[in-house]
Design a binder for this molecule. Sequence first.
Ligand code: GEK
Length: 244
Amino acid sequence: MVKKQDEIYASPLNEIIDFDFDEKVADVFPDMIQRSVPGYGTMISTIGILAAKYAQPNSRCYDLGCSLGAVSLSMRQRINQPDCKIIAVDNSEAMVERGMELLASDNSSRVPVEMVCADIQDIAIEDASVVVLNFTLQFIPLDQRLALITRIYQGLKPGGVLILSEKMAFEDQIKQAFHTEAHHDFKRANGYSDLEISQKRTALDRVMIPESLARHKERLRKAGFPVSEVWFQCFNFASMIAIK
Ligand code: GEK
């Protein structure tokens, strides 16, 4: 696949509207997420390894907020269980349309993947052994997050896992400043200008709400998960695993 460069916020904008996963974003998404999220590639490939470890025969693996399906492709390449199916869900039509094309050109088709355009709040989660929310929960309104995580817990089989990756917030102001600056340095090192960084930040301000690790852990516990653990972190981007 030819990766188109993200230049969405490169020129000064008169008005910065709230970030939306529209065609323009879908078009440059692989470049945007790789240059913006430290450790993204490592997280994607490692989620495949974790999915292979926890996928159960006769079960479903969910990729919720799948964008172009990077997590689904990684899981599909690794999982080796009979009658295991991947369900990838995103509510952006532009993402699902392109994601389906990418899936169709992938021939590591040991495990079937069904990609659907829907709100993850509306779909049934059943017979699951692996559920992945890779940088998606942060876009769900705060007051709806516990209900979603609880439904995921209830839809998991015993021994099943939720993999939850999020941009993190830090209660300690010094830590918050360190991680924010280090993340901006990462973006600058990947070719983003200060203007791009600041305009994107404004666009995301009202639609993406990061929380602290303590908040995530407390919610996971409230939803029923007895164990949760951070398995990856680079600056303010972390991934947790919660085991039922
Ligand atoms: C990856 N997981 O490449 N229902 C369905 N999809 C949603 C909803 C919702 N309620 N809210 C947001 N989304 C991917 C990256 S991106 C993260 C995930 C980022 C979708 C939204 O359309 C977008 O595609 C995705 O969640 C978040 O591993 O861009 O920072």
